[in-house]
Write a protein that binds this ligand. Structure first.
Ligand code: FA5
Length: 335
């Protein structure tokens, strides 16, 4: 084929093929094929020596134009591809379909224990209770002494508590906040105090070594046991539902007299029923009121301390307390 025709064909074919090249590899292959040292342009240049003298000038010009046209087209194409990211190695792979719906990422949410604490605070707020707090690292005076628990009492046993030293410990009950609140407030007092407590109990389906209690304290003139029962009954009916069965069992706590334990009814999958202790309660012992300087002739009060995990287990049919602490998101996402 005469060189001029050949040049036109190389140009047309080269430009067409360049449009098909979309990735870095294809572009490089094209460059080698047309502009490389053994490429089509070079071959056309070499054929110039075969051209008769009188047509050499025109053929040389055509060959140069071919080289310039293909080089420019190649550079334009390269710039266009890299502007859209298509030429980079990173962008290789299947194209992204931007019309597909996005995948929602799972984000964290409040743990069921915190949700429950918030709910408990709301229910008691409607009954006029404010929220009080106290330290988890406590002295033995607030955990025992001020609560009328004598030095000889088995509840002080080092095997039943996490002592840091003989005077300092991780609190074993939220009743410490009763004392701290009364020390800093004059009656009337109406508070609840949710928080963590620590006991070296053997872990099983209903016991943990760290768990949450909510303490309640109401001190005023003429507060009675009937107020206590009404308050806890109302709370249980609001939190668990109106048909929940509760039971007040006579009991003993050094800081309340009389004292009771509140149990709630659980249902097994086979519909048999059993009772689980939800908490302790009673009328604040006058010795405790005296220790904080309250006038025991004028004021009486009730107090309670309920296990928060036990409430959650009852409400959400959770058979094992350990599920609440294992951070298994398949479990936690249910709430
Ligand atoms: C007390 O801690 C008293 N301070 C409660 C109290 C307060 C009585 C005010 C009177 C007046 P008790 O040791 O029974 O009581 O614990 C209260 C509740 O905490 C239990 O009924 C139970 O629901 C929960 N609880 C106790 N031990 C554990 C444990 N190891 N794991 C999970 N929950 C527990």
């Amino acid at each position: 084929m005469p060189l001029l025709e050949d040049i036109q064909q190389i140009l047309a074919q080269g430009l067409a093929k360049l449009q098909d090249a979309a990735e870095a590899d294809a572009m490089e292959a094209w460059r080698i094929k047309y502009l490389g040292t053994k490429g089509a342009v070079k071959a056309a240049m070499q054929r110039l020596k075969e051209v008769p003298r009188d047509r050499k000038r025109a053929a040389g010009q055509a060959a140069n134009e071919l080289k310039n046209a293909l080089t420019e087209a190649f550079e334009r194409r390269l710039a266009a591809i890299s502007a859209t990211g298509g030429g980079s190695k990173k962008a290789r792979g299947p194209a992204i379909d931007v019309t597909l719906p996005g995948r929602r990422r799972r984000i964290g949410h409040t743990h069921i224990i915190t949700q429950t604490i918030n709910e408990i605070c709301e229910i008691f707020a409607r009954m006029g209770f404010a929220v009080a707090t106290g330290p988890e690292v406590e002295d033995e005076h607030h955990n025992f002494g001020a609560l009328n628990i004598p030095l000889s009492h088995p509840a002080r046993d080092p095997l039943d508590n996490f002592y840091i030293n003989p005077e300092v410990m991780l609190r074993s009950q939220t009743s410490t906040v009763q004392i701290r609140t009364m020390e800093s407030t004059n009656p009337p007092v109406r508070i609840i105090s949710p928080g963590r407590v620590y006991r070296p109990d053997t872990v099983d389906a209903t016991h943990s070594f760290m768990f949450h209690q909510v303490e309640g304290l109401f001190v005023d003139e003429a507060v009675t046991m009937a107020d206590l029962k009404t308050c806890l009954d109302q709370f249980c009916k609001t939190y668990f539902g109106r048909d929940v069965a509760t039971c007040f069992r006579p009991s003993f706590f050094p800081f309340t007299e009389p004292s009771a334990e509140v149990d709630i009814e659980f249902h097994r999958p086979d519909s048999t029923r059993y009772w689980v202790e939800l908490g302790g309660c009673g009328m604040v012992d006058p010795n405790v009121l005296e220790t904080v300087g309250y006038d025991t002739e004028k004021y009486t009060g009730f107090a309670f301390g309920l296990g928060i995990e036990r409430m959650i287990m009852r409400k959400h049919h959770i058979p094992d307390i350990r599920l609440l602490f294992e951070s298994d998101t398949r479990f936690l996402h249910q709430f």
